[in-house]
Write a protein that binds this ligand. Structure first.
Ligand SMILES: Cc1cc2nc3c(=O)[nH]c(=O)nc-3n(C[C@H](O)[C@H](O)[C@H](O)COP(=O)(O)OP(=O)(O)OC[C@H]3O[C@@H](n4cnc5c(N)ncnc54)[C@H](O)[C@@H]3O)c2cc1C
Length: 404
């Protein structure tokens, strides 16, 4: 394929950095421009990301990840539920425990690893918002917030679940609200460590929701406690149908009070206490959405990561999927006869794989949140068949994602 081309990337997070890296490696004399609307704060996002170790290894081999990425190890996944309400119930009932081949990472470390790998041919422009994108005869163009227009031979849409590139490709295709949300927070693991069993990835179930929590590495050598509390909420509490998230400091008292009452009512006291170590003003909300774009490529525009398909977080595969999109693009590039052929090959390779992850995550969300499960009634022998039936599709897609 001829070099010297211009490749634009909208969005400079996990999918954007990985996509720019793929483009720069595939076409070393291309000029690659990344447009990222935020300025600097991406580096500091401290939330947790779980990555299945076989998926991690594949991405190391593909040249995107590195084994030196700081992690915490989970020896097992443990599942609990409240079985006898009251202050003495402690951790609650241990329903089940099983091996869990995931490690936990800090989102900010992952972002920096990918960002720092970008070669000098990549022009990464922070604080630069793309207002719209459009296909052109020779590629695609973007209009920036200052009114300027830039043309590219190929445009990668890595701009997340509210993608403007996707809007140019498939107007009106937007994520669907799944009917529940999650509150998220971080605290110092030293504050909770003594309360918890060692080295596990925890899930605490209650009807129409569950808490997921695990330690993650911090920047300064400390360990942080990362938690995500999923629950359905009454529809009149907040209108979440339009894709959005609510940052720390902007969550209403009504939603924080609802969470507090939920902790008291549904969680064994130790788990409620661990969540309350995060100050109210630091709690943030991510409503749960999912969707699949009709295709991952149209003309010379390609979708990577959440821009092309959002899977509910239960599959623990969104960041992996974003990097796999980029790794696949890199793998397909040498054999493609031109950029149109590359786009068609990319769509054929990634659309089924990404859609399968969305379907798996939807199934887990249905079983573990939308259906009213009596968690405390489970024993290890009854729980494991129930869980295993949710966690894998016949095509090999499993929690953590599908193999590259
Ligand atoms: C609660 C929760 C837990 C999760 N846990 C896991 C997990 O354990 N494991 C896992 O693999 N995945 C997990 N995920 C999913 C994972 O976080 C996402 O799938 C992944 O981060 C998506 O990356 P992305 O780069 O595609 O999108 P984003 O991270 O959304 O990045 C999009 C970027 O584009 C920029 N942008 C958007 N619009 C514009 C514009 N118009 N102009 C310029 N820039 C723009 C944004 O500022 C942003 O930086 C979780 C998600 C949630 C909500």
């Amino acid at each position: 394929m001829v070099g010297g081309i211009r490749i634009g990337v909208v969005g400079g997070s996990i999918a954007g950095c990985a996509g720019a890296l793929a483009a720069a490696r595939a076409v070393p004399d291309a000029s690659v421009v990344v447009f990222e609307r935020s300025s600097g704060e991406l580096r500091d996002r401290g939330v947790g990301i779980g990555i299945q170790q076989e998926r991690f290894r594949e991405l190391v081999e593909a040249g995107f990840l590195d084994p030196s990425l700081p992690s915490t190890i989970n020896k097992a996944r443990q599942w609990y539920a409240l079985d006898k309400p009251g202050p003495d119930s402690g951790l609650g009932k241990l329903i089940a425990s099983h091996p869990f081949p995931f490690k936990a990472y800090n989102w900010g470390h992952l972002y920096r690893l990918l960002h720092d790998r970008l070669p000098s041919q990549v022009d990464y422009r922070e604080d630069t918002r793309v207002v719209s994108a459009a296909a052109s005869e020779s590629g695609a163009s973007v209009t920036l917030a200052d009114g300027s227009i830039e043309h590219f031979d190929l445009l990668l849409g890595a701009d997340g679940y509210r993608s403007v590139v996707r809007e140019a490709m498939f107007p009106g295709v937007v994520p669907d609200y799944a009917g529940y949300l999650c509150w998220r927070g971080i605290s110092d693991f030293a504050q909770v460590e003594k309360l918890l069993p060692p080295e596990a990835f925890f899930t605490i179930g209650f009807p129409h929701g569950h808490l997921v929590s695990y330690p993650i590495p911090a920047d300064d050598g400390r360990v942080l406690y990362n938690w995500v509390l999923y629950s359905m909420i009454p529809p009149d509490l907040a209108d979440l149908r339009t894709a959005t998230s609510i940052p720390p400091g902007a969550v209403s008292d009504t939603l924080l009070d609802f969470m507090d009452a939920l902790l008291t009512r549904e969680l064994p006291p130790v788990w409620a206490e661990t969540v309350r170590k995060t100050a109210r003003e630091d709690v943030f909300i991510q409503p749960i959405y999912d969707f699949e774009a009709p295709a991952h490529a149209e003309h010379r525009m390609l979708l990577l990561g959440d821009a092309g398909a959002v899977s509910r977080p239960h599959a623990g595969a969104g960041a992996v999927k974003a990097m796999q999109d980029a790794a696949t693009l890199l793998r397909l590039w040498p054999a493609a006869t031109g950029l149109d052929d590359l786009a068609a090959r990319y769509d054929a390779a990634r659309r089924p794989a990404d859609h399968a992850v969305v379907a798996l995550a939807r199934r887990i969300g249905q079983a573990q949140v939308l259906d009213a499960v009596d968690w405390a009634a489970f024993e290890q022998e009854t729980f494991m068949p129930w869980l295993t039936a949710q966690m894998e599709l016949p095509d090999g897609t499993e929690i953590g994602g599908r193999g590259l």
